[in-house]
Write a protein that binds this ligand. Structure first.
Ligand SMILES: *Cc1c(COP(=O)(O)O)cnc(C)c1O
Length: 375
């Protein structure tokens, strides 16, 4: 069925089409000048020293584990209320995910106190995920990391240009990882970016994304290199110039898109303020936030009531989603399961309402009215 109001709409126009056609006409479609331009723009917009374009965020997370030398048996503290890729990446290097609970239904990011309680002599790193672009408590988390000599990886897929105390998310820890999957704030179909302020890590990321080879095809084709050595068993995790050219257009639209999302969020907060059945996480946040999604949490009832509500909204033409089923409950993560009461509560009672820059006030009124009627 096609929804009256979908969860997400692409912010695309002729510019993306023209960019792709120009790249096709240039006759260079693999990693090349478009990727380089996207890396430069991304790094400068975030105030990061380095950005490395990759085929998606999942491989960025994998490279982050490799670059920070996380190995078999090492423990990595992570949230369970996240997309499964955050945790799968820990398993790619045979490290052990140690799930830490979120703060609660109004603050659904990882709880620094729970991170502290999860540290053992084998802990090597913390992966945080900035839910919907709302920043994790990075001051506390960085202090814990310094105290215990831990690496910090930011899964910043939800938060391009989101801020924490004046710093852009993804630039606070050792490595930040971003996704340009279709439904993200920056959409290229598939795509990702790794950012770091550490030049050595950036260099190694570039090596590992391309088979561990010391030069790339584009450098050879443009006469800058004729030979290559292979110094690591690397991967093919490259972005190509077709995707990068879409990314460049999307980056230029990003600030305006996010400004409009902030308007959409403020309208939701106002429309839903008197709906006592709902908790709106992060109400009143002052930081600039990307608003990748708009989560609400049911104050009462459990998974059945939430699922029933979603069915009713579906019948009224409103698409919703759940962010996220808790990762520790998936079959493959049973061996790593822990007591995570707040994560389980939110995983069972959260639903995600439509959120995109062109969502109109009338559409939001319809969503708010429909929610009120059903609840
Ligand atoms: C989308 C997403 C990913 C995966 O990104 P891909 O680019 O699809 O690999 C990882 N973590 C979070 C939190 C995400 O939202």
């Amino acid at each position: 069925m096609s929804y009256k109001i979908p969860l997400f709409k692409l912010n695309f126009d002729e510019q993306e089409q023209e960019a792709v056609v120009a790249t096709l006409r240039s006759q260079w479609i693999s990693t090349g000048p478009q990727c380089e331009a996207l890396e430069k723009l991304f790094a400068s917009m975030l105030g990061a020293a380095h950005a490395v374009a990759l085929s998606n965020c999942t491989v960025a997370l994998h490279l982050a584990m490799k670059l920070l030398d996380i190995n078999a048996g090492d423990e990595v503290i992570c949230p369970s209320l996240t997309f499964v890729a955050t945790v799968n990446a820990i398993r790619y290097v045979q490290a052990v995910p140690v799930f830490a609970d979120i703060t609660g239904p109004d603050k659904i990011n990882i709880d620094p106190q729970q991170i502290r309680n999860s540290i053992t002599p084998r802990t090597r790193a913390i992966v945080v995920m900035h839910y919907a672009g709302f920043p994790c408590a990075m001051d506390e988390i960085m202090a814990i990391a310094r105290e215990h000599n831990l690496k910090v990886i930011e899964d910043a897929c939800h938060g391009p240009l989101s801020e924490y105390k004046g710093k852009k998310l993804g630039t606070i820890g050792d490595i930040g990882c971003f996704s340009f999957f279709s439904n993200k704030n920056i959409s290229t179909g598939e795509g990702g970016m790794l950012v770091t302020n550490d030049e050595a890590l950036a260099k190694k990321a570039k090596l590992l994304r391309s088979h561990g080879m010391t030069t790339m095809s584009y450098q050879r084709a443009s006469g800058h290199a004729t030979e290559y050595d292979v110094v690591e068993p690397g991967f093919n995790y490259r972005m190509d110039d077709i995707h990068a050219s879409i990314g460049l257009v999307q980056m230029k639209k990003l600030q305006a898109d996010l400004d409009q999302r902030a308007v959409v969020r403020a309208r939701y907060e106002e429309l839903l303020a008197d709906n006592k059945a709902l908790i709106i996480p992060y109400t009143g946040t002052k930081e600039f936030v990307s608003n990748y999604i708009f989560p609400v949490v049911l104050r009462e009832g459990g998974k059945e009531r939430r699922d029933e509500l979603r069915n009713r909204l579906h019948a009224e033409g409103i698409q919703t989603s759940v962010h996220y089923p808790a990762v520790h409950r998936f079959s493959i993560y049973q061996p790593f399961t822990r007591s995570l009461p707040q994560t389980e509560l939110v995983a069972d009672t959260e639903l995600t309402l439509p959120m995109f820059a062109s969502l109109t006030a009338d559409e939001q009124q319809y969503i708010a009215d429909t929610l009120k009627k059903i609840l």
